[in-house]
Design a protein around this ligand. Structure first.
Ligand SMILES: [Fe+2]
Ligand SMILES: [Fe+2]
Length: 262
């Protein structure tokens, strides 16, 4: 089973660029071109939030066209830049998505991996949260198939990053989440976005991993009190291959690149 994860597409209304610089819409079109050229074809496209920049209906209408080019199922969870109602109104009927207060979902029918989309969004806040209600939902979802290899997708990564400006917005409920993960050995990976660069760390006995953005990348700066900076580093997405026993992940930069024969 092959999953292509892409994230933080941050599409804006026509004519606008992120920070006046990054043409996130054109960058998404290039990422979709690269995804469509993949062989073998992935079984699922997993979009882990911040799909638009301001959460407006105009932005969701604009991102629809590039996403409609995908010829595989699309699953979505919201990020801090999304707006649940507007997102659900635009994609609730066509994408794999939850409904109600939180846009969680769990799917057993996409392949051998069971996939859980967890909604960590808090309206008006940058940070992620798993409150008691959401943790209870997760525990119940995990309990229905405790022996099935499971991948959990969240927008916000649950681990601390040692990046000053990221840690100004700590993930609420991360400790309780980690305890649940540690108890559920069937969880093979937690995949997230939000950081706009590839990163991974251990979490509850599994690996928590972050996919780069298809748009702008965060500059990595581990100096104390370093300011938030963006870079022109190559955008990308990740491929997660379940080989029957383990999940193998590779980060793929979005080109165009030239292939050179050996
Ligand atoms: Fe983002
Ligand atoms: Fe985010």
């Amino acid at each position: 089973m092959l999953i292509v994860q892409f994230t933080d597409t941050h599409v804006l209304e026509d004519g606008k660029r992120v920070y006046g610089r990054f043409d996130s819409h054109a960058m998404l079109e290039r990422a979709i071109d690269a995804i469509l050229a993949l062989e073998p074809k992935p079984d699922l496209a997993l979009l882990t939030g911040d799909m638009v920049d301001r959460g407006s209906a105009e932005e969701y209408a604009r991102i629809k066209k590039p996403l409609d080019r995908l010829d595989i199922p699309l699953a979505i969870i919201p990020g801090n830049h999304d707006a649940r109602d507007t997102l659900h109104a635009a994609f609730g009927k066509t994408a794999i998505m939850g409904e109600g207060e939180f846009l969680h979902w769990v799917r057993d029918d996409l392949g051998p991996l069971r996939i859980i989309g967890l909604d960590t969004h808090v309206p008006g806040k940058v940070n992620g949260e798993l409150c008691e209600k959401r943790l209870a939902w997760l525990e119940a979802a995990l309990a229905t198939a405790p022996d099935r290899p499971t991948l959990i997708a969240t927008h916000h990564p649950p681990f601390t990053t040692a990046i000053t400006h990221v840690e100004a917005w700590p993930f609420a409920g991360a400790e309780a989440f980690e305890k649940i993960v540690a108890k559920n050995k069937q969880i093979v990976r937690i995949v997230s976005g939000h950081l706009h660069r590839q990163m991974l760390a251990p979490f509850g006995g599994t690996i928590a991993s972050v996919c780069p953005s298809t748009a702008h990348q965060f500059a990595l700066d581990w100096r104390k009190k370093a300011p938030a900076m963006w870079t022109d580093e190559a955008p990308g997405f990740q491929l997660h291959l379940w080989d029957g026993a383990k999940l193998i992940t590779s980060t793929r930069a979005v080109g165009p690149f030239e292939a050179v024969a050996l």
